[in-house]
Design a protein around this ligand. Structure first.
Ligand code: AKG
Length: 254
């Protein structure tokens, strides 16, 4: 990641990292997403989630790492982990990995920050972040994620202004890029007002290791997926008998 992107991430709470995926990698991720949508439909009866989205033009896919190994590769992608380390430091875990496909006619969900979903205020530090993989060119008209500029500086809910939604701006990013977004930046999905463009975005959510992950990977990943992981991958998912105890580091300094 270039220094100017690191600086933007720090100053503005996000940056767009272009040209991360090759054409083949992009095609692999898109095929994996088709499988994940099908698995979500089988598991939940529908891939529309009425708890989150206003109508069925949003398609959700959950538990991506269980659906296809391509998603584990994305979570471990060197450039993605550089962005994660930039925001969270070295002790980050995968909290969740889901997809939201906005089809023409889709609407916005509620404005939120992802850190507010897992940690109560005051949000003094960034303890969570998303690496948002763009599988299509994303822009305002096809429902790209919208962010509230400067909102990563809010420390509590009462700082969110009443006209927050009107002040949001759409991210713009080409297919094959990712948007690194720190957990305190308030955001929502945009409305897809195009006639025929599909907007596929994957939300790889990481958090500091002292925060409980959104997904319970021990319960949600099939045994064969867990068994196929090397030690480094297992550690990134927080799998294993110990939670966040590290031998060395702070202990040896006592
Ligand atoms: O799909 C989007 O653009 C945003 C999704 C999101 O923020 C969420 O699912 O929490």
């Amino acid at each position: 990641m270039h220094d100017h992107l690191r600086q933007q991430l720090k100053d503005e709470g996000f940056c767009v990292v272009p040209d991360v995926l090759s054409r083949d990698e992009l095609m692999r991720a898109r095929a994996g997403l088709d499988r994940a949508v099908e698995l979500t439909r089988q598991a939940m009866g529908a891939a529309h989630d009425g708890r989150l989205d206003p109508n069925a033009a949003n398609i959700r896919a959950y538990n991506l790492p269980a659906a296809d190994p391509v998603f584990i590769d994305l979570l471990k992608h060197e450039t993605a982990l550089e962005a994660v380390e930039e925001v969270l430091g070295p002790h980050a875990l995968v909290s969740n990995f889901t997809a939201n496909i906005a089809l023409p006619g889709s609407g916005s969900m509620k404005l939120h920050s992802d850190q507010a979903l897992v940690v109560p205020p005051p949000w003094q530090h960034s303890w969570a972040m998303n690496v948002i993989w763009c599988l299509d060119d994303v822009h305002a008209a096809n429902g790209a994620t919208r962010y509230l500029p400067g909102s990563h500086r809010y420390r509590d809910f009462d700082e969110v202004p009443p006209d927050a939604m009107e002040r949001t701006r759409a991210f713009e990013a080409p297919a094959g890029s990712f948007i690194a977004m720190e957990g305190r930046l308030w955001h929502t999905s945009g409305q897809n007002v195009t006639a025929n463009e599909r907007r596929r975005m994957l939300f790889a959510y990481y958090s500091s290791d002292f925060i409980r992950q959104q997904a319970n990977w021990t319960a949600s990943l099939p045994a064969e997926v867990q068994d196929g992981m090397d030690a480094e991958t297992r550690a990134l998912f927080g799998l294993g008998p110990m939670g966040n105890v590290r031998i060395g580091g702070a202990l040896t300094r006592l």
